[in-house]
Write a protein that binds this ligand. Sequence first.
Ligand code: UAG
Ligand code: ATP
Length: 490
Amino acid sequence: MKKTLIGLLESLEIQGNEDIDITGIQLDSRKIKDGDLFVAVSGHESDGHEFIHSAIENGAVAIIGEKKLKEILSVPYIQVCDSRKALSILANHFYDLPHHKHKMIGITGTNGKTTTSYLLHHILQHNGKTVARLGTVEYVINGDKRESSLTTPDAILLQQMLHESEDEYVVMEVSSHGIDQYRVHGPMFDYALFTNLSHEHLDYHKDLENYYRTKKKLFRCLKNEGKGLVGTYGSWGERLYEELAEELIPSISFGQSSGGESIYLKAYQTVPNVNLVFDDNGKEQVIQMKIQGEHNVYNAIGSYICAREIGLSPNEVIEALETFEGVPGRFETVEIPNGARAFIDYAHTPDGLQYALQTAKECTEQSLYHILGFRAKRDCSKRETMVEISQNLSDYVFLTLDDLNETEKEKMLAELRELSKPYQKIVVLDDRTEAIAHVLSLLRKGDGMIITGKGPENYTEEYRYKTRNDKETILKILEESGFEGFKTSL
Ligand SMILES: CC(=O)N[C@H]1[C@@H](OP(=O)(O)OP(=O)(O)OC[C@H]2O[C@@H](n3ccc(=O)[nH]c3=O)[C@H](O)[C@@H]2O)O[C@H](CO)[C@@H](O)[C@@H]1O[C@H](C)C(=O)N[C@@H](C)C(=O)N[C@H](CCC(=O)O)C(=O)O
Ligand SMILES: Nc1ncnc2c1ncn2[C@@H]1O[C@H](COP(=O)(O)OP(=O)(O)OP(=O)(O)O)[C@@H](O)[C@H]1O
């Protein structure tokens, strides 16, 4: 790709005569190549403006920043009000407004983004459409899988992938960080889907009101003909739906009750599998899925409504939903030959944990064992509530390590011990894989073990078992114990 600086600046409405070629845009001075434009942002950890010289040394031919510099640079410097916003606009233009090529579906909410994006991907693909999917687990473009760096990639990577993608549809998760940092910006979505909102990321947003307002901004990124799809099974969704109506942003709701919607849930069952009965424009429909849990009732109906809005028939959507196998690390099940079960789930918020444990409890006839930890340097204010939920819904609780995020192990263990103090049945174990081995040795017919927090994510710490993640650990221990014929849900 090649664009002129002045051509790019026109999109920012800044005058100038810097007639030089720009061959790439970078946010990180370490990634700069000859001919790139470097955008300096005032970050949360460091200040991008401090890396301007290093960017120039690495080959940057122009710099955009939001601070007045004390010196004159050897390359043009353009000062803007907000570097991240400018970056979003520039990246969009650099890659020729690639959202126009696709039907774009943005999914936001505290929980259920990944699951809903997988459901929609599956429904559309099952019906012969080509689909890109961007989110926490991976980025899939033109059928190729790439490692995901952030749930919502930065504006440069996002626009680059949208440009590269030849897919008709793009289903992407939009995090509140992504919205706040203008990784998405401007009218780029055909559909914006809100799943729910609950306690999460308060280290970043400070309170739920700010968190909500940030999520709501996604609905300002709808294209002219775009539509909002709002889960109203929680009070924040109800509020959002009302506010969008007041602001004349076309949207439809999905939830438990009929508030005049054309599609609404009539009844459902959550275990052994999700079964839904709902009304679609006066006709009763039934879906029998392979996945479990009340939360997946809402994820299924949200994806159903989106697929119907896109133009698929009820049968086309239902047939696809009934063949959906599940999402890696989202209530993934391992059937142990002695009649016990293990569940791996990515729940890392109080609300998600409530749903995950409730589902595990419903799937377990005897005792339920819960193994959980907390990622260090992430919203600590949710930890006490999560421990309380675990204490209430499981019979035995084991607190162990999650991603330490460069925190001292002893410091984290002390925090876990403090959290466990009020509860007698909570045990703190420092090796996640040993905690799994210990609980596996206790499981009898009818018992369940649920491990939450990491889903399919790989360990960042060294443990006794040299496995990469919770699922691998379970399978390795079962193999070593001589169990044969165990079945996994994915
Ligand atoms: C808290 C947060 O959101 N941080 C994001 C933010 O980083 P930042 O503002 O703190 O950047 P910084 O590290 O202070 O550095 C400032 C600038 O200096 C630049 N720099 C830095 C060093 C250097 O040598 N040269 C250089 O140019 C950096 O590239 C950056 O542009 O902007 C960066 C560039 O876009 C992101 O990579 C970074 O995500 C970090 C890695 C992160 O962990 N983010 C998480 C919290 C996040 O965004 N998660 C959400 C999902 C959450 C969820 O729903 O679970 C996501 O969408 O992934
Ligand atoms: N609709 C929902 N409501 C509440 N909890 C949910 C819902 N869907 C999933 N969960 C719970 O949240 C966990 C994470 O689900 P999922 O990955 O789909 O959410 P997410 O919004 O993508 O989260 P993240 O952005 O952190 O990856 C699941 O493992 C489950 O425990």
